[in-house]
Ligand binder design. Structure first.
Ligand code: ADP
Ligand code: MG
Length: 389
């Protein structure tokens, strides 16, 4: 999961100077994120528990005197340019530039004056792996533009702005988790987010002090029918909530689960409901263990979450299951797919001194099956979006 050589901060800094022949006025960064536990609970008004990754997107920027925005990204080596007309309504800037134009649009749409700017972007968040390079990009750009505009908005309002850039301007439907995590996470903590009222709590998740690490394994599995399957799961959950007479599946507790399942006649729907209801409880149990400082003990909850996604929600694929099984066989304390499913990443909780052995075991299991080699990277919970200088 490494990008071009050189530190990402330096690449953004040098990129800016090369492009614009002047030093940047400042540097802002926003991380990728991974969800520790709580999958497909967000749109059921439930709980998620993401943490920020050490991989991040860095934006070097300064103000312009006119209403134009010039953006260079190391990713394509391309420079794009847009003006006030282009951000008057969604859809005018397309491609990767839409994520940047979307932020300008969202700020202006919320009534804020946004000065023109020049930006240079470098990132070591892998794209399209489910680690939220899109939210990292939006959030780093948002942090930069707010500071350049001299705007101070309360932190709890920022995720919605970044989300609107992606939902409305880019046109990609996502929940509030990605931007909340990327903007609000703290180092050494996971973010306990209640997707119903968007309240957050910072939960100590000090892996380093416990001698642990989380291994993020990019399955490299092609995303098969992910959009259609996601929509189908969502419909199934919404229909079940309606049949049960609750606003969302969040309103069914594990104690009420058996009675709720007895009222549903379709076996597939019953499995879907069981996943969501038990997954919400696993998030709550994980939070309770972490609050008690029992980091190692969350392993079985992670693995139970995987089994539930595999057997009840049916959103895993062979590459993902292989990675989870190999990690567990090699001594991981727990392992699960993270993200929407049908590809993406697996995370494994491992003793730090077992990280290499677990990586090797996953790689070997992949080689045996002729799957594209996975990438693995050990991570610790990193800070959310911030100004670097
Ligand atoms: P994910 O968020 O899981 O990485 P998405 O499909 O949501 O995947 O977002 C990936 C898209 O975000 C890329 O295709 C690109 O358009 C845009 N993007 C993310 N990071 C950058 C970057 N550093 N430079 C340019 N575009 C980026
Ligand atoms: Mg994304």
């Amino acid at each position: 999961m490494t990008g071009p050589t050189g530190d990402v901060v330096e690449r953004a800094t040098v990129g800016f100077t090369d492009q614009y022949d002047a030093p940047a006025a400042g540097l802002w960064a926003a991380p990728g994120r991974v969800n520790l536990i709580g999958e497909h609970t967000d749109y059921n008004d439930g709980f998620v528990l993401p943490f920020a990754l050490p991989m991040r997107t860095v934006v070097a920027a300064d103000r312009r005197d006119d209403e134009r925005w010039t953006v260079w990204s190391e990713l394509s080596g391309e420079t794009i340019d847009f003006d006030a007309d282009d951000v008057a309504e969604p859809g005018r800037v397309t491609g990767w530039g839409a994520y940047v134009a979307g932020v300008v649009w969202a700020l202006r749409d919320a009534g804020h004056a946004v000065p023109g700017a020049r930006l240079a972007i470098a990132s070591d968040v892998p794209l399209g792996s489910g680690l939220s390079s899109s939210a990292a990009l939006e959030s780093a750009v948002l942090a930069a533009l707010l500071d350049l505009a001299g705007l101070e908005l309360p932190a709890e309002r920022l995720p919605r702005l970044a989300q609107r850039a992606e939902n409305v301007y880019v046109g990609a439907p996502t929940g509030i988790m990605d931007q909340s995590a990327v903007i609000r996470c703290r180092v050494g903590h996971a973010l306990f987010l209640d997707c119903r009222d968007e309240s957050v709590e910072h939960i100590p998740f000090d892996l380093d002090a416990a001698g642990l690490t989380v291994l993020v394994i990019d399955s490299r599995a092609p995303h098969r029918h992910a959009d259609g399957e996601y929509a189908a799961r969502r419909r199934s959950c919404e229909a079940a909530a309606e049949a049960l007479g609750v606003p969302a599946l969040r309103d069914v507790t594990v104690d009420q689960l058996d009675a709720a399942l007895a009222r549903l006649d379709d076996t597939e729907t019953r499995r879907r409901v069981r996943h969501v209801v038990t997954e919400d409880q696993r998030v709550l149990d994980t939070v309770a263990l972490l609050r008690a400082g029992r980091v190692r003990d969350i392993g079985p909850l992670l693995t139970a979450s995987h089994v539930s996604m595999r057997d009840d929600f049916e959103i895993t694929v062979p590459e993902i299951d292989t990675a989870v099984e190999a990690a567990l066989s090699a001594g991981a304390l727990g392992a699960r797919m993270t993200g929407g499913g049908f590809g993406g990443c697996v995370l494994a909780l491992v003793e730090s001194d077992r990280a290499d052995a677990v990586s090797d075991a996953v790689r070997a299991a992949y080689a045996e099956r002729n799957y594209t080699a996975p990438t693995t990277v050990p991570v610790l919970p990193a800070p959310g979006a911030t100004r670097l200088r």
